[in-house]
Design a protein around this ligand. Structure first.
Ligand SMILES: Nc1nc2c(c(=O)[nH]1)N[C@H]1C(S)=C(S)[C@@H](COP(=O)(O)OP(=O)(O)OC[C@H]3O[C@@H](n4cnc5c(=O)[nH]c(N)nc54)[C@H](O)[C@@H]3O)O[C@H]1N2
Ligand SMILES: Nc1nc2c(c(=O)[nH]1)N[C@H]1C(S)=C(S)[C@@H](COP(=O)(O)OP(=O)(O)OC[C@H]3O[C@@H](n4cnc5c(=O)[nH]c(N)nc54)[C@H](O)[C@@H]3O)O[C@H]1N2
Ligand code: SF4
Ligand SMILES: [Mo]
Length: 764
């Protein structure tokens, strides 16, 4: 495999770009876009070439290390795994199962092996103190999907390739390449949209790279999107623009929503949003009057004070105007491995608020508590306090609000282990670091992002390089730990059958499971055959069961579901291996009502907890909007969360970790180009170069996240030479959207002033 061209999916962001990697004598000589990838059509971004930098980075850890008095010491895999299992087991024996905390980071979702083995590890650890990047990210989308469509990962995806109007709120796909909308080559796709006479509207507190491509752009005050979207809903009702289209017979509770929206006139929403009432009306009318239109919201509307409401309202608007389940609107896609259906079959379509966190009483979602309360759970004494901690592919010190407090918390732990190949701001607190193989040394199948893609495709990539003998993939590390913990749980040994099961899993790895899932999936080689046998039986079952019997629901959810009948068949792992550029499974298509997972198979437009939270929005309606300076985040195409700053190619050039500020605010504060600014809130502060730009709405400042590599003891010298500062050192972990539990990462109030090194030094 080491000479020639290797085709693969880039795993760095959600876009799933196909890359063609040339190698010679075991070294990468070039990385280009794969023209034959049916989804990305040759597109890549500048990060793709950093796949090589990651692979070759001499600072990437390759052996487990243990902290000692004299520094990090390499240890063998068996020694490391035994030690970690023993420590976690001990902690649990002494303080109970919830004394072990776990944080799962973003790269896990780009890694099918890790995804398949993390569940056994979680079960073996058995703690309720679980956290992940989800609550700093897409949690509001998951709750809205759960409540409205009955499944936490069933997301309506903008059918960008067929739409005529794309309304983009709180997302910057030109930098991010899309999120919950896998959309490689966003620029090309928008060009095509315009070529068809279509239009893009962007609504954002910053005139972003995406906004610069838009036909229409509106500034909006951070955190106020729920007002805008409610006023749009209000307008639709007031002007008789409701048209449910294809979902007419599926939608429940339209009247409840009408009542809820009544007070939110465009005039009332206008002072909060900073948008003229007429613009709000015009937006609602355009959405209603364009048959093929899609309204899309993401990070900016999700991780804010009304993120739950805003995300729900976006779906409501698409439904009220008949965009859901319509080509050119918002469609559920149909991936080759349908985790939506599989999750439902396993009884895992999602749950919320089944229990509450110990210290702040925050609701769990899908078994996880909000990341914002991690430090509380470590620092607050009492039964159930976290004493040992596991991070897997995460850097919460930089990615979760109030990183400095979390640092304090991690320092207090009895034991910490990180599964990660970098010594970074988080893993430097660990006692043991377990580094997995690099991405190019493992196979790849995008289980998650295939479910969010704007076109149905399937693609498998073989490992490009041999991992070498003394290495472990993520899945091997996670299973190795899980297996050891289960043994310890059972007093040292497992029953023979269980032991054999563990060994088989560790022997086979994730790919045979992948094969099975592909074969029995909607496009699977075996799906037709299975269906032939089983369909009559399913019909019988449905006939016999009482209407409300849970099994009846289950039978309907079966992977042998009828709406899979018309799909092309024949996929298996070997077919994918024969088609290394990927297999095209076609454009998005309507899938309702089959793809609904609510018990009554209806779309719930007005779930009760959302209506209750509307009261909170209403309480703000008549309050005057404060004139604080509000802080928002941003992404850059050359950066990827916190962990790609050790690539010289990506960090070179001008400083990207700056404070962006509007000239009006800058001059009011006496900030000039070239100045450094101190950004602070409640005693938390950072200093950054000021970048004065008209692109920021007055009253808003912006800082990218993922920087702050000036901490001691980081094993990433290039990142340390380009440290920036962490926005999460300023953001408060007290500010949480109470509806969902998401961190408020956008729209917190901050103070900004000129920072002068001389004066500070003199005073000191
Ligand atoms: N203020 C603010 N904060 C934010 C955001 C924001 O917009 N503003 N965005 C939020 C979002 S959307 C997200 S997703 C989170 C991300 O937050 P996290 O998931 O906590 O952090 P990442 O920066 O993605 O760090 C990933 C870690 O995984 C390691 N890693 C990379 N690949 C692998 C691998 O294959 N295996 C293993 N074991 N480790 C690997 C890296 O070395 C790094 O330590 O940040 C969130 N934080
Ligand atoms: N290059 C690059 N690509 C990435 C990542 C990366 O770090 N770098 N991270 C990946 C990850 S983990 C994710 S989750 C996705 C996220 O992908 P996106 O959702 O596209 O994320 P952002 O680029 O942060 O865009 C959020 C936008 O919201 C705006 N905003 C902030 N506050 C508000 C508000 O209150 N209202 C409105 N309307 N807008 C607001 C910001 O100005 C910004 O333009 O990107 C992924 N892709
Ligand atoms: S857009 Fe994302 S998936 Fe595509 S090449 Fe860049 S980092 Fe990789
Ligand atoms: Mo994310």
């Amino acid at each position: 495999m080491e000479n020639g061209t290797h085709y693969r999916t880039c795993h760095l962001c959600e876009a799933m770009c196909g890359v063609a990697i040339e190698t010679q004598d075991g070294r990468i000589t070039s990385i280009k876009g794969d023209e034959n990838d049916p989804l990305s059509r040759g597109h890549i971004c500048p990060k793709a070439v950093a796949l090589q930098d990651l692979h070759e980075d001499p600072e990437r850890l390759r052996q487990p290390v243990r902290r000692t008095e004299t520094g990090w010491q390499e240890i063998s895999w068996d020694e490391a795994l035994d030690l970690v299992a023993e420590k976690l087991h001990q902690t649990r024996q002494e303080y109970g199962r919830n004394s072990v905390g776990v944080y799962l980071g973003n790269p896990n979702v780009h890694n099918h092996g890790a995804l398949m083995s993390v569940t056994p590890l979680m079960r073996a650890i058995g703690s309720q103190n679980r956290f992940s990047a989800t609550s700093n990210d897409q949690l509001p989308h998951m709750l809205a999907s759960l409540d409205m469509f009955g499944h936490q990962i069933l997301f309506p995806i903008p059918d960008i390739d067929q739409t005529d109007l794309f309304i983009c709120i709180g997302a910057n796909p030109m930098a991010s390449n899309g999120s919950l909308m896998t959309v490689p080559d966003f620029r090309g796709r928008i060009k095509e949209l315009k070529g068809r006479g279509g239009k893009m509207i962007v609504i954002d507190p910053r005139r972003t790279e995406t906004a610069k491509l838009a036909d229409e752009f509106h500034f909006i005050r951070p955190g106020s999107d729920a007002f805008l979207l409610m006023a749009m809903v209000h307008t639709l009702f007031a002007e008789d623009l409701i048209n449910l289209g294809a979902t007419e017979h599926l939608v429940k509770d339209v009247d409840l929503l009408r009542l809820a929206a009544m007070p939110f006139t465009p005039e009332a929403a206008s002072p909060h949003t900073g948008m003229p009432a007429e613009d709000i009306r015009a937006l609602a009318r355009q959405l209603a009057n364009t048959p093929k239109a899609a309204l899309y919201t993401r990070m900016g509307t999700s991780t804010q004070v009304f993120g739950g409401l805003a995300t729900w309202l976006a779906s409501c608007l698409n439904i009220l105007t008949g965009k859901l389940d319509r080509p050119g609107g918002m469609l559920f896609n149909q991936p080759a491995i349908d985790l939506v259906v599989l999750g439902a079959l396993a009884g895992q379509s999602g749950h919320f608020g089944k229990r509450h966190s110990r210290v702040k009483g925050l609701p769990e979602f899908g078994g996880e508590y909000p990341a914002s309360t991690m430090a509380d759970e470590i620092l607050t004494p009492g039964a159930g306090q976290i004493r040992a901690f596991v991070t897997v592919a995460g850097n919460p010190i930089l990615s979760s609000p109030n990183g400095r407090r979390l640092e304090e918390a991690f320092e207090q732990l009895d034991f910490m282990v990180s599964v990660d190949y970098y010594l970074n701001e988080t893993t430097r607190h660990a006692d043991v670091i377990l580094p997995p193989t690099a991405a190019l040394e493992r196979s790849h199948y995008d289980l998650i992002f295939s479910m969010f893609a704007v076109r149905n495709t399937a693609k498998y990539s073989e490992p490009l390089f041999d991992a070498g003998p003394d290495t472990r993939h993520d899945w091997q590390i996670l299973l190795g730990l899980a297996h050891r913990l289960e043994r310890l749980n059972k007093g040292g040994s497992l029953p023979l059958r269980t032991e054999l099961g563990w060994r088989a899993f560790q022997q086979l790895g994730p790919d045979p499971i992948l094969d099975l899932l592909l074969r029995s999936g909607p496009y699977g080689m075996n799906a037709g055959l299975l269906k032939g046998i089983a369909e009559p039986a399913i019909d019988l079952v449905l006939d016999i069961l009482p209407r409300r019997h849970p099994l009846r629901g289950l039978a309907k959810l079966s992977p042998l579901n009828r709406h899979w009948n018309d799909l092309p068949k024949g996929l298996s792992l070997s077919v994918l291996k024969d088609n290394p550029n990927g297999v095209d499974l076609g454009p998005l298509k309507p899938t309702l009502p089959d793809r609904l997972f609510t018990r009554d198979r209806k779309i719930h437009l007005a779930p009760r907890r959302y209506l209750q939270d509307v009261e909170r929005l209403f309480a703000h309606l008549n309050q005057e909007a404060p004139d604080d300076l509000l802080l928002i985040g941003r992404r850059h195409v050359r950066s990827n969360n916190s962990w790609m700053h050790n690539s010289q190619r990506l960090v070179k050039g001008k400083d990207r970790c700056t404070l962006m500020i509007n000239p009006k605010d800058a001059s009011r504060l006496g900030l000039q180009a070239g100045d450094s600014a101190e950004i602070s809130s409640e005693g938390r502060k950072i200093v950054l170069p000021a970048e004065i730009t008209e692109d920021l709405m007055p009253g808003v400042v912006s800082i990218p996240h993922g920087w702050g590599h000036d901490r001691d003891g980081i094993g990433q010298s290039i990142a340390a030479a380009h440290p920036g500062a962490s926005i999460n050192d300023v953001l408060s972990d007290e500010q949480i959207d109470p509806l969902v539990g998401t961190s408020v990462l956008n729209g917190q109030a901050v103070s900004v002033k000129v920072w002068r090194p001389d004066r500070q030094r003199k005073r000191a």
